[in-house]
Design a protein around this ligand. Structure first.
Ligand SMILES: Nc1nc2c(c(=O)[nH]1)N[C@H]1C(S)=C(S)[C@@H](COP(=O)(O)OP(=O)(O)OC[C@H]3O[C@@H](n4cnc5c(N)ncnc54)[C@H](O)[C@@H]3O)O[C@H]1N2
Ligand code: MOO
Length: 668
């Protein structure tokens, strides 16, 4: 009886979850922003004074007027002689002007006592105060000192100077009474230098808004702690805290709160009592685990104002206002969390911090491939910007989705696809909003299949000061990019099923191949799996797997070199697990380690990394495709030279790679 009522409850929870009934009202982004503006008027909470040493990152609470002139006096900007310009008019090397010298030497800090009268000059050093009567300074290089008729020193000047030459006038840098900095300025090293130059030892700044940061979820683990299968490191809290500081706020970490409504409510109350704004992440989309939402639902005055926005990433965003304070529940997905933070929460923190509006830069770019988009939501596509040979930009979708942390972290910017658009054609011009202020142009663009050997080479280049941008999109993706001329180098390992040859059959006239190295592919399995223990070869292992209906495989994605190999190996068989496609060697290995599969195909380096059993299958050739038009670029030439360097080869061999015969020939 107890059991069946438990079952009924569980079914009810499941059906609630399935219906996603918490999305009462999915609204447009504009409407969500309008509601936020209607309910929240963020202004700074007060002023405090801090010393210059503690001022970096703070926001100025008042305009600062210069209390002094900078420089405070007319001073020489070169080492030489202070003169009257009129005395040296027309001076030339052949007919120099001769001036008597005063006896004082005007180094910085000395107050001049002798006037520069007509026909007279004073020795002056850079930074020295200009004496009365002088109106210009002549560089020592244009002069010669000799003894005059009465044994007094005379300076001969070989060049004329206009009045004011080599003199920095008092107040010419900053004039007394001038507004040096305005209220709302973020104090960086540059602003702090100006404050110090006008003699201010401390400055009025806005009190920093205190931003409570909470992560929710039983699976979330603090970075630094050990992790079990199924658990996830808390990246959201770290990125939200750092982003809060960048905006001028003070993050207050409330840690990870378990999926427990009472604990969540208590943490929320503490956060609201101590802070100006509360940011939670996780637990806002699914019905059954929507505890964060339920804890926030208790808030009144007015409570929840938005739950569900028609955008991607960020649909389950929940915004509440209570007693003039914002409580935001960001989606748990890392890219969704940071994207919605910047879109909705950052402007509120900036307002509370007293910052002026933060403008993001935009650049025009071209989309290199067709992409599809879900109808009904404005989709923000994270992109990596690559320079094209004609000086334009290509916006390469990073395509890892909102659940990945790298989608946002490694993107240069994003562009929007309107809610009603289902596909954007290749070649479409897009306007990319930059995440950082500038696009860093790369010296070398590498797109294609990921390989730890390639990582080693990129590391060397970066250390030499060559900026490399690498995008891991798989072999076929890299080949496509090379064909379109979008990259300098594409790392690929594609086998032509007809000939069994690697990479070469895929070249076009506009592409050339730089031979790389071989990686040993094989069948991987858990060492304690008795089914594979007696197998002497990879073929025997596959036969053993095919003979056991309970033996699950992990496949590789179509288009990958390994998939072609697997299909050849299976000779048309589709054993259980065939539909389960890992996207990388590591992905396949993890599936076997975690028992979601029993066998798969991966390279030896990876099998070793995960402690898996390995039976060699065949060598796989990993090469570098280079568009001919880019072959002679300095960074490409350096890459090739590095690949042929015996020291690099030894390193690659130590990692388990075999330098291919062609590569060895090329190096001769
Ligand atoms: N059937 C549906 N499923 C989902 C929908 C939907 O409409 N129907 N929406 C999807 C969308 S869109 C998003 S975004 C996610 C967000 O879900 P939640 O906000 O409820 O987040 P969780 O379920 O708690 O976690 C999602 C994911 O993120 C990981 N996570 C959570 N917190 C952190 C953290 N602090 N640091 C790093 N990673 C974190 C968590 O482990 C999960 O993997 O829902 C979709 N589902
Ligand atoms: O809104 Mo979710 O953020 O699409 O991934």
């Amino acid at each position: 009886m107890a059991e069946s009522s438990d079952m009924v409850q569980r079914l009810a929870a499941l059906s609630r979850a399935a219906r996603q009934e918490q999305f009462l009202d999915v609204i447009a982004r504009d409407e969500a922003e309008a509601r936020l503006r209607r309910h929240l008027h963020p202004v700074p909470a007060g002023v405090e004074t801090v010393g210059l040493g503690a001022a970096r990152g703070r926001v100025l609470a008042e305009d600062v007027l210069a209390p002094v002139d900078v420089p405070g006096f007319d001073r020489a900007s070169v080492d030489g002689f202070a003169v009257r310009a009129a005395d040296i008019a027309g001076a030339t090397p052949e007919a120099p002007a001769a001036l008597r010298l005063n006896t004082e030497i005007l180094t910085p800090g000395i107050l001049p006592e002798q006037d520069v009268a007509k026909g007279v000059a004073s020795v002056i050093a850079t930074g020295g105060m200009l004496p009365r009567g002088a109106d210009a300074v002549v560089m020592v290089e244009d002069t010669e000192v000799r003894t005059g008729p009465d044994d007094a020193p005379v300076v001969e000047i070989r060049r004329p100077a206009f009045a004011g030459r080599s003199v920095a006038a008092a107040g010419s840098d900053i004039a007394r009474g001038e507004t040096v900095l305005r209220q709302g300025s973020l104090l960086t090293s540059r602003e702090i230098g100006m404050l110090a130059a006008v003699g201010l030892g401390d400055v009025p700044v806005w009190r920093r808004p205190r931003v409570a940061i909470l992560s929710t979820g039983d699976e979330i683990v603090t970075p630094g702690a050990p992790i079990r299968a199924g658990q996830v490191y808390d990246s959201n809290a770290a990125v939200l805290a750092a982003a809060t500081e960048e905006l001028g706020g003070e993050p207050v970490r409330f840690g990870i709160v378990a999926d427990d409504e009472a604990a969540l409510s208590a943490a929320l109350d503490r956060a609201l009592a101590a802070c100006d704004l509360v940011v939670l992440s996780g637990g806002t989309s699914k019905g059954a685990g929507d505890l964060a939402h339920r804890a926030v639902a208790r808030l009144t005055d007015p409570g929840i104002i938005v739950h569900g926005v028609a955008l991607k990433p960020g649909k389950p965003l929940c915004l509440a206002v209570s007693g003039g304070r914002l409580v935001a529940i960001l989606p748990g997905f890392p890219t969704s969390a940071i994207f919605t933070f910047h879109a909705f929460v950052a402007p509120v923190i900036a307002g509370l911090a007293g910052r002026r509006a933060i403008r993001q830069g935009r650049v025009a770019a071209t989309l290199p491939l067709r992409i599809t988009s879900e109808r009904g939501r404005t989709e923000y596509v994270m992109v990596s910007l690559m320079q094209t040979p004609d000086g334009g930009l290509t916006a390469y979708p990073t395509a890892k989705g909102s659940g990945a942390v790298t989608s946002f972290a490694q993107a240069d910017g994003f562009f929007a696809i309107p809610a009603a658009t289902e596909a954007v054609a290749a070649g479409t011009a897009v306007e990319v909003t930059l995440i950082d202020q500038d696009v860093e142009p790369a010296d070398l663009i590498v797109i294609g299949s990921h390989c730890v050997g390639l990582d080693l080479l990129i590391g060397y280049l970066e250390r030499e000061g060559i900026r490399v941008k690498a995008l891991n999109v798989g072999s076929s993706g890299g080949l496509g990019a090379a064909r379109r001329g979008e990259c300098d180098i594409a790392g690929i390992h594609l086998m032509d099923p007809q000939t069994g040859r690697y990479n070469v059959p895929f070249l076009t006239e506009a592409l050339t191949l730089v031979p790389g190295y071989r990686r040993l592919q094989g069948v991987v399995f858990r060492r304690d799996d008795a089914r594979f223990a007696p197998c002497p070869t990879a073929e025997a292992a596959v036969a053993a797997a095919l003979a056991d209906a309970s033996c699950l495989m992990v496949n590789r994605n179509a288009g990958s070199g390994t998939r072609i190999l697997i299909d050849r190996l299976l000779e048309g068989n589709h054993p259980p697990g065939y539909g389960y496609q890992a996207k990388s060697h590591n992905g396949a290995a993890v599936a076997v380690v975690q028992r979601r599969a029993d066998w798969g195909v991966a390279i030896e380096t990876v099998a070793r990394q995960y402690g898996l059993g390995f039976l060699p299958l065949q060598d796989e050739q990993y090469d570098f495709v280079v568009p001919l038009a880019r072959r002679e670029r300095p960074a490409v030439r350096r890459f090739i030279a590095l690949l042929q360097d015996p020291a690099t080869r030894r390193q690659l061999e130590a990692m388990g790679f075999t330098i291919s015969a062609e590569a060895a020939d090329a190096a001769q």
